[in-house]
Design a protein around this ligand. Structure first.
Ligand SMILES: Nc1nc2c(ncn2[C@@H]2O[C@H](COP(=O)(O)OP(=O)(O)OP(=O)(O)O)[C@@H](O)[C@H]2O)c(=O)[nH]1
Ligand SMILES: [Mg+2]
Length: 325
């Protein structure tokens, strides 16, 4: 009996060990199954991720292709627009030249136009630069009421540029009922000329800025001129703002005009940087006439007359590679 029990206990120990091993095996099997499942899930997740990444890549490639196509289309449209504009500018210049009987194929010729608000001294300036007195028969008509009614051409002879035909075009003053400022640049065919002088007054008006912008759009050389500076200085003397009309008073006045005056302030408001680069010459037609006639002794003071003449001749010389003589 005791032996039976002993046997039982012995058996029981073995049975327990067996059970323990069985459990161990189950546990290992379960763990391995779990690892397998986890690995399988990881593999599936990785596959899914790769699938998504591939999908995203395809999507990105598609977007890049669409964007490239759009850029290509825009490039093409811009090219067409540019060509159209260049064509319209060319056509406009062609029409304007026809209006003023300017031969497009004539290269040894340079045309200056003097435009701007009425009574700014355009005709007087043309006469002065030509060295012709206002009362001479061949002079441009000058007056205190609206004077120039149609565009007039005046030849200019310069001893340093004998091979070049230089012409001055006197344009009727803008801002009157007969010559409305809003259509002035277009109607007067101002794009036909190689260089446009815009005569300005002490107060810079919207119209002058508009003419200058139009000139810039047409790639035209442009400069501002404020004439009648002698009157400006005389008025300053009358108002006792200066003691006498000396060169120093003139220089101070020119600095004031260039830096503080209305011109620059108005231009600064437009935010068009190219406008700021347009030169402005302050002159007196009386001075210019004396200078051209060689009456330098009569010149009490100088404004920008010499600078203006130099600018004009430099334009003639360099714009189309004209060589002097
Ligand atoms: N003191 C002085 N008077 C000038 C000067 N320039 C022009 N004037 C006078 O200003 C007036 C108008 O001059 P114009 O040359 O006819 O002016 P304009 O711009 O051609 O005038 P419109 O053709 O009518 O637009 C005339 O009485 C000129 O004598 C100048 O530099 N100094
Ligand atoms: Mg005139």
């Amino acid at each position: 009996m005791i032996n039976d029990f002993a046997c039982f206990y012995e058996f029981s120990d073995q049975a327990n060990t067996r059970i323990k091993h069985v459990f161990e095996i189950y546990k290992i099997k379960a763990e391995s199954e779990e690892t397998r499942k986890r690995q399988q899930k990881d593999a599936e997740d990785l596959q899914q991720k790769m699938k998504e990444e591939r999908h995203a890549q395809i999507q990105t490639e598609k977007e890049i292709r669409i964007a490239s196509e759009k850029i290509e289309k825009l490039d093409q449209e811009m090219k067409e627009e540019f060509q159209k504009r260049r064509k319209t500018i060319k056509e406009k210049i062609h029409e304007a030249k026809k209006l003023h009987n300017i031969n497009e194929n004539e290269n040894n010729c340079y045309n200056f136009a003097f435009a701007g608000h009425t009574k700014t001294g355009k005709s007087s300036l043309i006469n002065a630069i030509r060295g012709i007195a206002d009362k001479e028969a061949i002079a441009a008509k000058v007056g205190i009421t609206e004077t120039t009614q149609i565009v007039q051409k005046y030849p200019y002879h310069d001893n340093n540029h004998k091979n070049v035909a230089i012409n001055f075009y006197d344009i009727p003053g803008s801002g009157t009922l007969s010559h409305d400022a809003s259509q002035y640049y277009h109607e007067k065919g101002l794009c036909a000329f190689d260089c446009l002088f815009i005569l300005v007054q002490e107060t810079f008006c919207e119209e002058e800025i508009k003419f200058a912008i139009a000139a810039l759009k047409n790639n035209q050389k442009v400069a501002f001129i404020q004439s009648k500076c002698d009157i400006l200085l005389t008025n300053k003397k009358k108002q006792k703002l200066i003691k006498e009309i000396s060169q120093k008073a003139v220089n101070d006045c020119l600095i004031e005009c260039n830096v503080k005056e209305n011109h620059r302030r108005e231009i600064a408001k437009t935010d068009i940087s190219q406008l700021r680069k347009i030169p402005c010459f302050y002159v007196s037609s009386i001075n210019l006439f004396n200078l051209k006639k060689g009456f330098e002794a009569d010149l009490e003071v100088n404004y920008n007359e010499k600078e203006l003449l130099e600018f004009m001749m430099a334009e003639v010389k360099y714009s189309r590679n004209f060589i002097g003589q």
